[in-house]
Design a protein around this ligand. Structure first.
Ligand SMILES: C[C@H](O)[C@H](O)[C@H]1CNC2=NC(N)=NC(=O)C2=N1
Length: 99
C-alpha cells in the first residue's frame, strides 16, 4: 500500500495510540508544544523543515513566541496517511531535543 493512501479509522486510532501528544482534528492531526524560548522554538522548526523536505511531506506550522502548533494532513489524499503519522513522530523527536 502506498504511504499516500488514506488510512482507515482503525489505522488512525492505532497510529494515534503511539502518538499520545497528538489529537485528531477532522481530517488532520495536531500537536501544540512549548519550547524553552523563541530560539529553541525556531531550532525545532528548522529540524522539522529538514524532516519535511526529506519526506516530501510538509506540516502547517504556527509559531507564537515559544509555542508551536503543528497540523498534519495529506492534502493530495484528502485525509490522513502513514506520512502524517511518520512526520508526527519526527516532530516529537525534534521537540524532545529542545525540552
Ligand atoms: C508534489 C509533492 O509531492 C506534493 O505537493 C506534496 C508535498 N507536500 C505535501 N504535504 C502535505 N502535508 N500534503 C501533501 O499532500 C503534500 N504533497
Amino acid at each position: 500500500m502506498s504511504s499516500r493512501t488514506r488510512l482507515t479509522e482503525d489505522e488512525i486510532t492505532a497510529g494515534l495510540a503511539a502518538l499520545p501528544q497528538w489529537r485528531r482534528q477532522g481530517e488532520s492531526i495536531t500537536r501544540t508544544a512549548d519550547a524553552a524560548d523563541f530560539p529553541a522554538a525556531i531550532r525545532v522548526v528548522v529540524a522539522v523543515a529538514g524532516a519535511a523536505e526529506e519526506a516530501d511531506h510538509h506540516p502547517d506550522i504556527d509559531i507564537r513566541w515559544r509555542t508551536l502548533t503543528f497540523v498534519l494532513s495529506t492534502h493530495s489524499a484528502g485525509g490522513l496517511t502513514a506520512l502524517d503519522l511518520r512526520l508526527a513522530g519526527r516532530i516529537d523527536e525534534a521537540l524532545a531535543q529542545e525540552s
